[in-house]
Design a protein around this ligand. Sequence first.
Ligand code: DC
Length: 335
Amino acid sequence: MKAIRGATTFEIDCAEQIRGCVKELLDEIIKQNSVKMTDIIYILFSNTSDLHSFYPAKAAREAGYSNCALFSALEPEIDGALKKCIRVMLLINGDFSPKHVYLRGAKALRKDISGKYNIAIDGPAGSGKSTVCKKIAEKLDILCLDTGAMYRACALKCIEADADIQNAAEVSNALKSAKIEVKYENGCQRTLLNGIDVTDKIRTPQISMSASTVSAHPEVRSKMVELQRQIAKEHTCILDGRDIGSNVLPNAEFKFFLTAKAEVRAQRRSAELKQKGVNQAYESVLKEIIARDEQDRTRKTAPLIQAADAILIDNSDMNIEQTVEYILNKIQEKI
Ligand code: DC
């Protein structure tokens, strides 16, 4: 037996819309989980107190869900909770990996129920970490912290100060006058260096390689890790990096290690650069990716490594949506 969760929202509190929303949600759950209506043991609904027009359980019955027990409950008023929302839990016969379904404006588990948690996503360059993290953060309505951006801002400061990035003392000196901060605008991270927004400026191939070099200095790492831990302590968030699960947050509730073949990652990076109008030959991107992986993996302090308890995902043959869905299902199995 498996329990599957889902939720949807409605705009207008009228019978016709409630019928439509409930049918759409249940049909989608059945479809995504490849189960039959007759496998359902019971369906439990709860709805926010702004629903008056129609019982979700009655809507389910009318939609043909007639071989199972049905129950509808009213949720108490909760500050900050999503309005006009219908939630559901189905108990279904069978042994399968449950896919929870959230439609329209509905997000995964309500924040007040799920409590605080952190998700660590580590992996090499080009594994799709940052895109995947942004999408997951949006779906779960949580913060997304791109820790690479912090090391990139450090690299930018060193370049601007003309410091030798291999030299720990020069890097340390350059960073004495660097204040690195992150803020969020419409859920998107902006990275600030001494109060100036450098989010876009730090996305060049030169900064990528320099960030890898600068991030190997223990002093740089300890400063950035402190900031990352502080943010993770205060917020439910998803962090992408190289050492999040192994070093920054060894007790993170969820850990994933995302990787793909170097050739696939280089292809993705080339396409990304092309889209930004940067023309760099595929061979040179591949070379850079391999060099950066090597540098990140072999450094002494907190190298790129899969934490023993992290779930390994090789997404060479998966697209972003499939990767996001895989991770979300793993998370929702537990929260
Ligand atoms: O994820 P990214 O490409 O933006 O990261 C740039 C570099 O920063 C990466 O090559 C290694 C370093 N980095 C790190 O050492 N630890 C992290 N948690 C994130 C990035």
